[in-house]
Ligand binder design. Sequence first.
Ligand code: AMP
Ligand code: MG
Length: 422
Amino acid sequence: MRAVILAIGSELVGPDRLDTNSLALTAELRALGVDLAWKACLPDDESAIAEALRRALADAELVLVCGGLGPTADDVTREGVAAALGRTLERDPAIEAALAERFARFGYRMPEINRKQAMVIEGAVVLPNRRGTAPGLRVDLGERTVFLFPGVPAELEGLVAANLLPWLRERTGGDEAIETRGLRVACVPESEVETRIEPAYREFDREDITVLASPADVRVRVCARGDAATRRARLEAMLERLGQLLGQAVYTFEDAETLEEVVGGLLKRQARSVATSESCTGGLVAERLTRVPGSSEYFRGGLVVYANAAKVSLAGVSPATLAERGAVSLEVAGELAEGALARFESDFGLGITGIAGPAGETPGKPVGTVCFALAARSGATERIQLRLPGDRARVREGSSQVALDMLRRSLLGFPLHWNSSK
Ligand code: AMP
Ligand code: MG
């Protein structure tokens, strides 16, 4: 079965209201294996609604219309749908009585304008709304069906649960679904991820694999349909193949798992600890590590050393290194990492120093230049210098990601994949 969603409301085509109803509806449709062909937001305009409905009925068996069932003059969804179907609107005395009763219950007389909500499209089934005044409607058109729901999210949700879901389950059998899973990759640009997974696009269906990028974090989501066993087999096959293609850059095969959770899990299992000395990230790495419940087991503490004097007195960076190499240098990053490790007596120390911008550029060190170091109680200190893209927030976010990924790679015994200059 294919569906179309029409979200009606002039506010939805303006600059400050988001159509969240279609997201909620899509989640329900997917759970029952119904494909969304397309969706649209339309203004409260009768002819625009009528035209969109005609197009929707040409493309899908199920059309879900939400919004525009209110009592005010701008709400014209019933009229638009009736026009597209060539049907009249009829007053329903039972709805009118229920509306009057609802107002009476709250100690009000029903305003005249609410009578409009008792208008029903000829031949439609009325879907009672316990959470508000506008009932939903279902219009059966042989092979096709149109549902009309109010726009208020809580009312829509109630009507969907009581009417749409049972109706759909009866038709789909209830064991089919569209299921999504995903893996996540740190510190590899989106275009490189895309290039590496190219073979999977050919081996599976291109539209079942989606790449979603955010700063220094790329999600690859896979989608499968059918019964539970079919879905699981296909999702596993896709994730396994993508895992081969992306290799050690994959930090999790759980779409919702964060890098700090993965790193935390590794530290915990290996009974090892970490401490941080951060300059340009201002404590972001420590903040991310401590987002994870139970992080006190492996996170010893962190220094935020912005001023050079603080780098010296708190993190133990040598004044000579600062003078000779500058605060943003591999050498200072290394000493920050070693200082954190020594002061907190941890197994690992992370050091970060860089230029988040927009000011602070020096010759040879443009904005986005960040030096990272990972010191280990056993073994040499690893250091890398990168040039990260974006504005201040993005450079800082990306830097925290690089630092955490260095630690992840080290804990797993993977080499750093960056062109590291030690
Ligand atoms: P309506 O049923 O058009 O009178 O909508 C009532 C209220 O529900 C609107 O003022 C919006 O705040 C909200 N609403 C309507 N449509 C949507 C939508 N697609 N997504 C989220 N909220 C909506
Ligand atoms: Mg509206």
